[in-house]
Ligand binder design. Structure first.
Ligand code: MOS
Length: 761
């Protein structure tokens, strides 16, 4: 296609799902209802690790309004799970964390369901529990899964006792690298377990029909993944499981795997009536899929003039009682630990470790904030120790065009230097400590655009509009608006002409799902493929009508145009419906593989970053010396997005990612004591509100990549990565106090300043 000026992509056009969402008419899964629906509720373990010696439903069954009660004995005996099949629907034999499902009930009212839960009799015999990383890794520690070696797992993983994966990157010779260094720095960091904080709880309605097909309306990010997992759990072919996403009030990785869908489907099958299950805030904070807490140890060698010669390190993730995303997250972490730096010698490990806590999962840039907090905090510590400016120190070591990534991938479209320079300039870096108690911090990083395939069906309607049918869900990011913009651009129509049908496993083509910053990138890629299929057909039809050559045709303004003649797409669609079967196309996309050096990795599920993005954050803040409270004056993000398909929604992702990142940086922590969550409510679990948010300034840097539409890279996850490190570095600049654990609460700062004063520093 001859290139013309872009009219739809690159424009800040309003999203197609906005009117329903801003007027309140959009239907989310938590709103969704069908006639005759029962209420499902889950009974959860009060013990961190215990044998179940008795489970008795007799009293509960006799209560009014109770229609079904199920436990492990009532469901297929199946182990499931993405990376390691270590999960069961209900605890069987023993419980492994406080909050683990033990039974579920369906009743006519919420009160009847609650009464039934209270009437279920369970006797537990407590077992020794491992409640943190140190306990789980200690020699002779009790095993969370004694039978772990018998579980089905992705073969690449290195498993050993409570370690459910040990991923490794080895490059060069770190010992020799340390010998070449003038200074060696060793530090240890710790981060807290945090929740995604989506506005809508996990919710699902399940209904079986007389053919033995179950329809599940759920707010999952991955309808096809849920379909397959339900097929395993229900022992029913996937073709009898229809998963439909009505709407999602946020996911951020917390809605990737079955959460409540299986309870709804199993209870509905037992009760013979539709069942709805939705979680409470307490269930969310005790038994969802939060971000793993982590301990990170880093040892880095640097020459006097600021060149990094070697880095070794280890990040241990507390993944909870089941592996969840942990083994993969541990792999990804090693690439983040390497950082966007040229380092000739690396020895980096990521461990996912079982403990008797909730099953951690994926959260926007899984492993990113934890690893980046350590890497970028240490960069500033080392710069200070060497008497170098932290910006200059980074610029001396960052990757540039054509460099190798840590596992040998060749890096292209590397916008990192531009991001760093622009973020620093915007924050006024030349004046890092403008007044006592005020300081500026900088952090940078890199991230992947997740692969996986996407398919779309596209149909030109006889009124000239275009139907876009995709298996991906719109999870609130605007990514499907981005994909629709790509389709509109490629077909010469307006965004307002695109009608989107999405996320229904019976009706829409396969999509790897709304995860990993991939949706606009991959669905957009599929749209381009579908348009490429349609164009010659449109041109052939139009050429015959207009009496021109197909080669002379182009698409513009809802018409095929050739010289001075033109014919509307509407007319071509009508014509084709009468004589040619209609204008329907499919398009598929899968990101090209990224080559890497397989000899450098072990136990690794994610050895390269595809279409990597690069970013730098800068923050200007003040610290109250008495209370330790932080006031953020300005926050700047410079992000290489490749190509900005819709600048407004990218800025939205940046602002939202920074808000979540500042929550992790400053206040959020799921606090465990003795295996129990102490703050399982949204008053004590402190997420930032709009009153806490600074103004976020976004600078979109555009170094187009080779794989994505118009050069676009993934944009959704990156803004969540750098805020903790940027804040830690600014706090150090403002006060001289280095906080190495998240969250950086006012209390930690106040106590730290007091200690420093007492020590006379
Ligand atoms: Mo994401 S953590 O891949 O939704």
């Amino acid at each position: 296609m001859t290139h013309r000026t872009m009219t739809v992509v690159g424009k800040a056009l309003p999203r197609f799902d906005a009117p329903g969402k801003v007027t309140g008419t959009a239907v989310y899964a938590a709103d969704f209802a069908v006639p005759g629906m029962l209420v499902g509720r889950v009974l959860r373990s009060p013990e961190a690790h215990a044998r179940i010696v008795r489970l008795d439903f007799t009293r509960a069954r006799a209560l009014p309004g109770v229609r079904a009660i199920i436990g492990a004995a009532d469901v297929p005996d199946v182990r499931y799970g993405g990376a390691i099949k270590d999960e069961t629907v209900f605890a069987s034999g023993k419980v492994r964390y406080i909050g683990q499902p033990v039974a579920a009930v369906a009743a006519t009212t919420p009160e009847a369901a609650e009464a039934a839960l209270a009437a279920i009799e369970v006797t537990y015999e407590p077992l020794p529990a491992v409640l943190d990383l140190a306990a789980a890794l200690a020699p002779g520690a009790p095993l969370v899964h004694e039978e772990y070696a018998d579980y089905t797992a992705i073969p690449v993983f290195h498993r050993d006792g409570n370690v459910c994966n040990r991923a490794r990157i080895v490059v060069g010779d770190v010992e020799r690298g340390f010998e070449e260094a003038d200074r060696i720095f060793e530090h240890r960091f710790r981060t807290a377990m945090v929740h995604q904080g989506y506005t809508e709880p996990r919710a699902a309605v399940a209904q079986w029909d007389s053919s033995g097909t179950v329809t599940v309306w759920s707010n999952t990010q991955l309808p096809f993944e849920v379909q397959n997992t339900l097929a395993e759990i229900l022992q029913t072919p996937p073709s009898r499981i229809r998963v439909v996403v009505p709407g999602i009030g946020g996911g951020f990785g917390g809605k990737l795997r079955v959460g409540v869908e299986h309870f709804a489907a199993l209870l509905a099958r037992r009760a013979g009536r539709p069942v709805k299950v939705a979680t409470t805030s307490e269930e969310e904070l005790t038994a969802a899929y939060p971000r793993q807490g982590a301990v990170i140890e880093l040892k880095t060698g640097v020459t006097r003039d600021g060149r990094i010669t070697a880095k070794s390190g280890r990040i241990c993730f507390d993944t909870g009682a089941f592996a969840g995303s942990g083994p993969g997250v541990a792999s990804v972490a090693t690439l983040v630990l390497a950082g966007p730096y040229r380092i000739p010698n690396l020895h980096l490990e990521g461990l996912a470790v079982y403990t008797n806590k909730t099953n951690c999962g994926s959260f926007r840039a899984p492993s990113g904030p934890q690893s980046n907090f350590a890497v970028e905090s240490q960069m500033d510590i080392m710069a200070d120790a060497l008497g170098l400016d932290p910006l200059d120190f980074r610029l001396r070591n960052i990757v540039r065009e054509g460099d190798e990534g840590p596992t040998g991938q060749v890096l292209h479209a590397v916008g990192l230097e531009e991001c760093l320079r622009k973020a620093a300039a915007a924050i006024g870096w030349h004046d890092r400590r403008p007044e006592p108690g005020r300081g500026k911090g900088l952090a940078c990083g890199w991230w992947t655009t997740t692969g996986g395939s996407s398919g779309v069906y596209v149909k030109i309607n006889p009124d000239g509009t275009v139907a876009l049918n995709t298996g991906a869900a719109e999870i609130g990011t605007g990514a499907l608006t981005g994909a629709a913009q790509v389709l509109a651009e490629e077909l010469g129509v307006g965004l307002e002409d695109i009608r989107v049908v999405s996320a229904d496993t019976f009706a829409t083509p396969f999509d790897f799902g709304a995860q990993g910053s991939r949706t606009a990138f991959a669905v957009g890629g599929a749209c381009r493929a579908a348009a490429a299929d349609l164009r010659p057909r449109l041109f052939a039809l139009a050429a015959a009508q207009l009496g021109v050559e197909p080669e002379a045709c182009t698409l513009a303004d809802r018409h095929v145009v050739a010289g001075g003649k033109r014919i509307a797409l509407a007319e071509l669609a009508r014509l084709s419906q009468q004589t040619g079967g209609g204008l329907i196309a499919q398009g598929t996309f899968i990101a090209p593989a990224t080559t890497y050096d397989a000899k450098r990795v072990e136990g690794h599920a994610y050895p390269a970053f595809h279409s990597p993005s690069f970013h730098a954050h800068a923050v200007d803040l003040s610290v109250d010396p008495e209370t330790g409270e932080i006031a953020i004056h300005r926050y700047v993000v410079a992000q290489d997005v490749g190509f900005a398909i819709n600048p407004t929604y990218i800025e939205g992702q940046i602002e939202g990612g920074v808000a979540q990142g500042l929550g992790q940086a400053l206040s959020e922590e799921i606090v465990y004591e003795g295996g129990r969550v102490l703050n399982a409510n949204l008053t004590d679990y402190k997420m930032p509100t709009m009153l806490d948010m600074p103004r976020v300034e976004s600078i979109l840097v555009q170094h187009p990549g080779a794989a994505g539409p118009y050069g676009a890279k993934g944009v959704g996850e990156p803004p969540n990565i750098e805020p903790p490190a940027a804040v830690a570095n600014a706090v150090a600049a403002a006060t001289g106090l280095r906080i190495t654990t998240l969250p950086i609460t006012a209390e930690k700062i106040a106590l730290g300043l007091r200690d420093a004063q007492a020590a006379g520093t």
